[in-house]
Design a protein around this ligand. Sequence first.
Ligand SMILES: Nc1ncnc2c1ncn2[C@@H]1O[C@H](COP(=O)(O)OP(=O)(O)OP(=O)(O)O)[C@@H](O)[C@H]1O
Length: 267
Amino acid sequence: MSLATVQNVQKQAATNQNTIFQVDNFNLWYGETHALKEVDLSINEKEITAIIGPSGCGKSTFLKTLNRMVEMVPSVKTSGDIYYRSQNILNKSFHVENLRTRVGMVFQKPNPFPKSVYENVAYGPKIHGIKNKKTLDEIVEKSLRDAYIWDEVKDRLKENAYGLSGGQQQRLCIARTLAIEPDVILMDEPTSALDPISTLKVEELIQKLKEDYSIVIVTHNMQQAARISDRTAFFLNGEVVEFNDTETLFSNPSDQRTEDYITGRFG
Ligand SMILES: Nc1ncnc2c1ncn2[C@@H]1O[C@H](COP(=O)(O)OP(=O)(O)OP(=O)(O)O)[C@@H](O)[C@H]1O
C-alpha cells in the first residue's frame, strides 16, 4: 500500500459515522483569485448546516464544490480533498453524474422549467428511466406533498409552472429536487427572492426535510441561520473563521471577527 493510500484509509476510518461530507485543506482558485483558502469542514447527516458571511466571501463557491458544479467555470483550479460518504469526489475516477443525483441543489431564484407543474417534478425521474405513468404519478404526488405544496397545486398539475407565485415556484423546485431522492440538498439563499410569508413556509419545509435529508444552506440572513440550522460556518475572505453549533456561534462566538459580523459591525 502506498503512503497516500494508507493516509486515505486512515482518513476514512477517522471520519465520524454521521459525517456525510468531510472537507480537508481545500483551496479553490478562479484564475488568480484565491476564492477558498484551506477550508476544513465536516457536514453531518440529517442536520442543517448554514454557511454565512459577507458578500464575496466564497459561500456559493463552497456550496457548488460539494456537487462539483463549480467546475463548470473553466478557470477553476483546486487542491485538497472532499470526501462524500468516504469517497474522494475530487478523484478523476469519481462519477460526477452520480454525485449530482445524490446531491441536489436549490437556487436563489426559483427556476422551474417552462413546463407544467407535473412535468417539472416528473422530469428527473423520467431522465432516470422511469416510464410507468402510475409510478410517475406517485412520485409527483409524494414529492409535492413532501414539499408542502400538494394542496395548492393538486388541481393545477397541468398548468404551466410559471403561473405559480414565487414562493410556490420555490417549493415546486424543492419538490423537483426531492423527486430524484437525493441524499443531500444544497440550498443557495433559497428564500432571498421570497416575501416574508413564503420565506416562513420554506423555512418550515427545510426544517421538516431535515428528518430525511442532510441540508447545507447558504444564507445572508443571520436570523434565518439562527432559526433553522444546527451548525453554522462563518466564512470571511474565503476562509472558515469559525464553525460551531449554531447556538454557540451566535451566543458565544470564539473569534472577534465572528462577533463583529453577527453584531452587524460589517458585512
Ligand atoms: N465565475 C467566477 N469567475 C471568477 N471569479 C469568481 C466567479 N465566481 C465567483 N468568483 C469570485 O470568487 C469569490 C467568492 O465568490 P462567491 O460567489 O462564492 O461569494 P459569496 O460569498 O457567495 O457572495 P454573495 O453573498 O455575494 O453571493 C469572489 O471574489 C468572486 O468575485
